[in-house]
Design a protein around this ligand. Structure first.
Ligand code: B12
Length: 440
């Protein structure tokens, strides 16, 4: 039987060693889905490098490697090693797709965009000796369909207590820094609801009680979301997802979400500065509304988690400091921050490069913890320092308690908030070591 090895590489750590974890909480869907799209006459093995070693001595003839952000460097290093060993290497995933010209140099075939409609063709071409250097397919209209993901290939690994589900891809917004906007260009595509329900039922049948709806923005199509949550409710599962903060205006929808088992929503708020948001092509978000929208969502029993960036055009040392008060006042259990980073391939990168503002070119500096371009209000070093200070100020024991224990919801679900305290303490430990906090 022919064999294919599918790899999700781990990004390098500060010592340039692949990052390792005991457990992977956020398992991605790409590889289980790619395995499901692979014709049955192939044996498929999946490796998450964060948990296990790359089997360079494999008897697989084909190696498929995924890529994400700055982690693409590890993907390329692995690709080169396998090619040295005479294997046929295929690269895919977000980062290889948006830096296609560069990625092509390191593989036998590159798949740009979504695999669904071209993966089988690529494998057949390989068998007939007619593999092309590039396969491209961007699903960007209406509906898309997938087989059920091959979770049987990953559930023996050390994963968290939930598995991923996807209902839609893309997002109707076109924020200039966003890789999703770069690939889907403001389009939102969705799966038929029966297929999403089928995938959730599969997860439930495997004994899981929770799933992560890893869509980019579940608030892209209200009618669809409403129908979807009505179906999810009947399944008796808990779930988490992410979306546009303006869902906070939708009382009925929020009730439906809560009743369907939605426990946490994550929001890319980015900045409290209107001018900075404007500079990111995100002027549709109004920071003055953030507190009331957050309160509304929390009042519906849904936890709010936030992702923000510092280093927008109008950010100052004072505005970065003020972000601390915002996070504490709004009782954000687990806040996450990045330095606004122009990812190669995005519109933002093109603009910053054209303006001659890049101060770093090594893509490993592009992990969101180091300032890589200049802004009018401070030097890159000042920005990097202010970023880490913001993290330190929010991960003191006092702030952790303020955001998680001294809040009115605490006694309704003490177990949940104590779990968040645990996550905060883990983040605190990582911040102290200068490591980007995450619970991979
Ligand atoms: C889950 C997830 C993770 C998990 C990954 C778990 C794992 N081991 O698989 C965790 C939390 C660890 C993670 C980490 C990171 N992530 Co991440 N992640 C995601 C998320 C939310 C979902 C990924 C997913 O499963 N999508 C669903 C699948 C079906 O879609 P897909 O991945 O695009 O795959 C399709 C195609 O791309 C293609 N494809 C994908 N891989 C391959 C491989 C081959 C060989 C082929 C042929 C095709 C192919 O086929 C699939 C089906 O069509 C995405 C957001 C998103 N919209 O995808 C971000 C996302 C991919 N991550 C991103 C980033 C930046 C990171 C980090 C760099 C963050 C950081 N600063 O540390 C790290 C890098 C980790 C690494 N391994 O290198 C960015 C990537 C941007 C970019 N330009 O590359 C995204 C898009 C988030 C965002 N909005 O910016 N991530």
């Amino acid at each position: 039987m022919k064999k294919i090895l599918l790899l999700q590489p781990s990004p390098y750590d500060q010592n340039r060693l692949p990052l390792k974890k005991k457990k992977l909480y956020f398992a991605g869907l790409a590889l289980p889905l790619l395995a499901a799209l692979t014709p049955k006459d192939y044996e498929v093995e999946i490796i998450f490098e964060i948990l296990e070693e790359i089997p360079f001595e494999t008897d697989a003839e084909l190696i498929g490697i995924s890529s994400m952000g700055h982690g693409v460097i590890r993907s390329i290093d692995i690709a080169m090693e396998f090619r040295k060993r005479g294997k046929t290497v295929i690269l895919g995933g977000y980062m290889a797709s948006i830096m296609a010209e560069e990625a092509q140099k390191y593989c036998d075939a590159l798949l740009i965009g979504d695999a669904e409609l071209v993966w089988e063709e690529l494998l057949r071409d390989y068998e007939f000796g007619t593999l092309k250097p590039v396969y491209e397919n961007r699903l960007n209209q209406g509906w898309f369909s997938t087989p059920p993901p091959r979770f049987d290939l990953i559930t023996n690994k050390k994963l968290g207590d939930f598995l991923p589900v996807q209902a839609g891809r893309g997002c109707p917004h076109s924020c200039s820094f966003c890789s999703v906007a770069c690939l889907y260009e403001g389009c939102y595509i969705k799966k038929p609801i029966e297929e999403v329900v089928r995938d959730i039922k599969q997860i439930k049948a495997l004994g899981y009680k929770k799933f992560l709806l890893l869509d980019d923005n579940i608030f892209s199509d209200k009618v669809y979301l409403r129908q979807l949550v009505e179906e999810i409710k009947a399944l008796g599962m808990e779930w988490m997802s992410q979306c546009d903060i303006r869902i906070g205006r939708e009382h009925i929808l929020l009730e439906l979400l809560r009743d369907s088992g939605c426990t946490t929503l994550s929001f890319g708020l980015e900045s409290l500065q209107r001018e900075s948001l404007k500079g990111m092509n995100k002027a549709w978000a109004n920071p003055d509304d953030y507190p009331s929208l957050i309160r509304n969502i929390q009042d519906h029993g849904i936890d709010v988690s936030t992702e923000m960036v510092v280093g927008g055009e109008a950010d100052t040392l004072e505005s970065i400091k003020a972000t601390k008060d915002f996070i504490e006042d709004n009782k954000i259990s687990v806040p996450r921050f990045y330095i606004l980073t122009p990812i190669p391939g995005t519109r933002f990168f093109k603009d910053i490069e054209a303006q001659g503002r890049l101060v770093k070119t090594d893509i490993y500096s592009f992990d969101g913890t180091e300032a890589v371009y200049t802004i009018p209000t401070m030097t890159p070093d000042e920005l990097t320092k202010a970023y880490w200070q913001l993290y330190e100020s929010l991960f003191t024991l006092k702030s952790i308690a303020k955001r998680n224990i001294f809040r009115k919801e605490f006694f309704k679900a003490p177990g949940k908030y104590l779990f968040y305290v645990g996550v905060n303490l883990y983040y605190r430990h990582q911040i102290k070591q200068g490591v980007i906090p995450n619970i991979f």
